[in-house]
Ligand binder design. Structure first.
Ligand code: FAD
Length: 497
């Protein structure tokens, strides 16, 4: 095998896609611990039309251990939480630390928001980051036009713009959220999962194979160089050694460092600088616009979909270090009066994400004795919110209220602060750095310092403190790593006609 890829989320899929396009001579294999949910592999579950089938696919993504019905921690469908070890005495912990285990990873369940990083979110030592982000947008099928023509969306942005845009530079003003979705002729959207990232180039590549329910247990090394992986077939429990010239670990920000640790690869920064984006949510009913638009909709016979409020974005800036996402809620999270008729699109949810004050001590610790349900080192989370984090959260609560009041009537007295982990954006644990100075795990081409042939991928690589959704950036970093394999891996003579 030339390249073994661990994980089939958007970043693992990006390696398979770029290598399929650039190096069709290479033998590629992707191992995925979770089950195959649908065809094509990696399909977003929201694209499964049948509600029961969709729910079954979500349940099948929730790992080996059924969640405890007594567990009151916030958990999203399609994900499973770290069962224990998520909070140490005297610390905040990350109670809602979640993973998805299925072909497509979290990318089969995500909201598909793909904003670009700005100001201090940008990874300064990557010169061609913008071009890599362009390519990531191509792979994910990102568009800013998914909800073009939705009248509420324009109004939402106009109102937010009046509240926020004055002091903002061009490019960081209120705008449509770039989304990894495709709009169909009837106005419905389909959501990009790893299936879109894999694309036909990967699916038609006879030299790429994807094995679901195949968990990589350990990476094998010879003389400081990775030589292959040991894979357990989760259906029959058998283990197999697969030799590989290059290994890419794209197993999320929790399980990527766990696998390296289990393999004896333990750079100082591994699992450290863990950061989650604290999140504040609120809901508002759009003022005035509803009745007028409803009347217009009825008169014109427009389909309901055209009256959605879309997804709007208030970008992060260093002066206002939050990332704001405003999107339609089909129903309010806050109960309305029973006789209150809710016009679709008139209730919007506001989510404000905060950038974390990074600390080396915020970390995942791996146990050499105890194991988890997958037989991997058990995880303990050390995590605290600093005074700066608490101040940022308070500022975010004020800002989200300002946004809600600009839009209309807030539906509750106060914004809700979600528990740590709710963002589903965990970063820093396999950190990228410009030099091997002990504060990073890999170099700008995702190569793990000191281990030849081994790369890492995923949100864990992001070294900056970000508030924006991370997947676009992580896919961009994967593109750089994959291109580097493509340009440096020896040509496989005689494999192509
Ligand atoms: P993942 O998608 O997590 O995939 C990792 C895969 O590796 C998993 O399938 C896992 O089973 C597999 N794996 C782990 N260990 C092993 C092993 N040892 N052997 C084999 N396989 C293994 N992000 C955004 O940017 N924008 C959003 O709007 C957004 N919304 C979200 C909404 C929800 C409800 C959820 C759940 C997530 C959301 N995210 C969002 C996060 C986004 O989905 C992730 O950032 C993205 O999927 C990360 O891609 P990845 O390939 O690094 O990891």
């Amino acid at each position: 095998m030339d390249v073994a890829i661990v994980g089939s989320g958007p970043t693992g899929a990006a390696y398979a896609r770029v290598l399929s396009e650039l190096r069709p001579d290479l033998e590629l294999v992707s191992f995925e611990a979770g089950p195959l949910l649908a065809d094509p592999p990696g399909l977003h579950v929201k694209n499964i039309a049948d509600a029961e089938e969709r729910a079954a696919a979500q349940r099948r993504s929730e790992g080996l251990v059924a969640s405890d019905s007594e567990d009151r921690r916030l958990r999203r469908a399609g994900t499973h939480l770290l069962p224990d070890g998520f909070q140490q005495p005297g610390e905040d912990g990350i109670p809602s630390l979640a993973m998805s285990s299925n072909v497509g990873g979290m990318g089969a369940h995500w909201t598909a928001a793909c904003p670009r990083p700005g100001d201090s979110e940008v990874i300064g030592f990557i010169d061609n980051l913008d071009e890599l982000l362009d390519e990531a947008e191509r792979l994910l099928g990102v568009s800013t036009h998914a909800f073009d023509g939705a009248p509420f969306a324009d109004e939402v942005r106009a109102r937010l713009g009046r509240a926020f845009d004055d002091s903002r530079p061009t490019g960081r003003k209120v705008q449509p959220m770039p989304l990894a979705v495709q709009t169909r002729d009837d106005g419905r959207v389909t959501w990009s999962g790893s299936d879109v990232v894999y694309g036909d180039a990967t699916r038609s590549n006879p030299r790429h194979s994807l094995f679901p329910e195949a968990q990589v247990r350990v990476l094998r090394l010879e003389d400081g160089c990775v030589s292959g992986v040991v894979v357990r077939d989760l259906q029959d429990g058998t283990e197999h050694y697969v030799a590989a010239g290059q290994v890419v670990v794209a197993a999320d920000a929790v399980r990527t460092p766990q696998l390296l640790w289990a393999s004896g690869i333990r750079p100082r920064a591994l699992g450290r600088y863990l950061n989650d984006q604290s999140q504040v949510i609120f809901a508002a009913r759009l003022r005035d616009v509803v009745a007028a638009d409803a009347a217009e909709g009825k008169a014109s016979g427009k389909p309901r979909i055209a009256r959605q409020s879309g997804v709007s974005w208030v970008p992060f800036t260093d002066a206002e270090p939050f990332h704001g996402q405003v999107m339609q809620l089909d129903a309010s999270p806050v109960p309305l009066a029973p006789d209150d008729v809710v016009e679709p699109g008139s209730i919007v949810g506001l989510g404000w994400f905060c950038a974390k004050d990074l600390q080396e001590t915020d970390r995942l610790e791996f146990d050499d004795e105890q194991t988890d349900a997958y037989g991997m080192p058990a995880i303990r989370v050390h995590y605290t919110l600093t005074d700066r984090d608490l101040a940022a959260l308070e500022q975010a609560r004020q800002t989200v209220r300002k946004a809600a009041e600009a839009l209309g009537e807030p539906l509750d007295a106060d914004p809700i602060t979600l528990p740590p982990g709710a963002s589903l954006h965990y970063q820093g644990t396999a950190r990228m750095g410009a030099t091997d100075d002990g504060t990073s795990v890999c170099d700008p081409l995702s190569r793990v310092w000191g281990v030849d042939g081994l790369r890492v991928a995923g949100n864990g690589l992001i070294p900056t403190s970000t508030a924006c959704n991370p997947t676009l950036t992580s896919v961009a970093l994967a593109v750089a790593g994959a291109r580097d394999i493509a340009s440096t891996y020896p040509k496989q003579e005689g494999t192509l006609p």
